[in-house]
Design a protein around this ligand. Structure first.
Ligand SMILES: *Cc1c(COP(=O)(O)O)cnc(C)c1O
Length: 407
């Protein structure tokens, strides 16, 4: 039975139960959207005040060196590296996930003379598909899409790069990174993994999987704040060969030589384009330190326990709600999705009860379980609220109609 007492017993036995105190969460709110925008770490506000008033206000331009601003992208990249199974010099924190996708897809294409196809899957996160389309419009790429179970068959001698999101943003389905990377390499293709919905919540080992490239998001499970800088990974074996197209001065081998001619910096440093956004990086660093301090194995184990408990609650209390996510917790990320014809209205009704999940067009209700601060009691209370809404038929139909009118 999935009772409130059982949920509280699981919380009492949870080795991460104290971590919730590291976050600023509004009283009474159940936050199941940390996979979209992570919560605010308590340490962030103080650190931001220090960077703004102290390092910027008093240190002024001296802080590029004295406060180590200039090395922030590499330093934070090195802290993200162990979370994704990479070496410290293979990761850099910079730009957005979208921009990093563009740089790495272009770099991969340039490394594959005679091949132009970038293979991905329909329904991948839009920015991933649009970036391929943008390079296609420039005549540099040719986009090919194949359903998940047909990807291996679509890997022929024309495929330069396989670009996949590891954990699907809508369904939570997790790809087998090792198997697909091997299949791509066997076909002579390189692989770029988008880790936006994975990093900080599930185990990742880019090195063991022999991945070539990866990108990921700083504001989801890493809690770096809205629009936080993202990260990019390049396997060390490619550090000599890869070239990215945004050849800005910060990725130059000697930016302060102010030369007229571009020469790439060694390794991942060449992924930098312009001046690093220090305020955003400072907030990201607090989130990364926090997650690294807890450690991925404990976070991933709790994530699976939370989603299993949530599924059991749904099976008992809302048995007619069809699940969309893989039932095997090893085949999904830290989220669960359900289908309902009035998913938007249901989502609004839950938000009105302080249970924040989200809606994805057209009929998906999505709940993310950021393991650092979501409790088993949160899971029980969310499903309890959902069961009450479904039983009462108490829809926020006006909100639903209002949306239908504008889209
Ligand atoms: C969230 C997310 C992004 C975000 O890209 P931005 O450039 O930060 O807007 C990219 N890819 C995936 C798969 C995501 O889930």
């Amino acid at each position: 039975m999935t009772t409130l007492e059982e949920a509280r017993r699981l919380d009492a036995a949870d080795p991460l139960r104290a971590c919730r105190e590291l976050f600023e969460l509004p009283e009474g709110v159940i936050y199941l959207d940390g996979n979209s925008l992570g919560a605010l770490p308590k340490g962030t506000s103080a650190r931001m005040a220090e960077v703004v008033s102290g390092e910027w206000g008093k240190g002024l331009i001296r802080s590029w060196n004295e406060a180590d601003w200039i090395t922030a992208p590499q330093r934070i990249g090195a802290k993200i590296a162990p979370l994704i199974g990479a070496a410290p010099d293979e990761v850099i924190a910079c730009d957005s996930t979208s921009v990093n996708l563009f740089k790495l897809v272009a770099a991969a294409l340039q490394m594959q003379p005679g091949r132009k196809v970038v293979l991905s899957e329909p329904g991948n996160f839009p920015t991933d598909l649009y970036m391929i389309a943008g390079l296609e419009a420039q005549g540099l790429a040719e986009r090919r899409l194949a359903e998940a179970d047909a990807l291996e068959a679509a890997l022929d001698g024309d495929v330069a790069l396989l670009l996949l999101t590891h954990v699907h943003y809508k369904t939570g389905r997790m790809h087998d990174m090792a198997r697909l990377t091997r299949a791509a390499h066997d076909a002579g293709a390189l692989v770029l993994w988008d880790l936006s919905h994975s990093c900080g919540a599930v185990e990742l080992d880019l090195t063991a999987c022999n991945a070539d490239f990866a990108v990921g998001c700083g504001y989801k499970y890493l809690n770096g704040g809205p629009g936080a800088p993202a990260f990019a990974y390049v396997a060390r074996r490619h550090h000599e060969a890869f070239a990215q197209p945004l050849t800005g001065w910060m990725g130059h081998a000697a930016p302060f030589a102010f030369s007229d001619d571009y020469a790439p910096a060694p390794g991942v440093d060449r992924l930098l384009a312009g001046t690093p956004p220090i305020l955003g990086l400072a907030a990201l660093e607090v989130g990364v330190d926090l997650i690294a301090g807890i450690g991925i194995p404990a976070l991933a184990a709790k994530s699976r326990a939370l989603s299993e408990f949530f599924l059991n609650c749904v099976a008992e209390r809302c048995p007619d709600l069809p699940g969309v996510s893989p039932p095997d917790p090893m085949q999904r990320g830290s989220q669960l999705s359900f289908r309902h014809p009035e998913a938007y209205a249901l989502c609004q009704a839950l938000i009105a009860r302080d249970v924040i999940g989200d809606f994805r067009d057209p009929d998906i209700l999505r709940f993310g379980f950021a393991p650092a601060y979501v409790s088993f009691e949160d899971c029980w209370r969310s499903v309890d609220a959902m069961a009450q809404v479904l039983a009462s038929g108490e829809w926020d139909r006006d909100a639903f109609r209002a949306r239908a009118a504008v889209t």
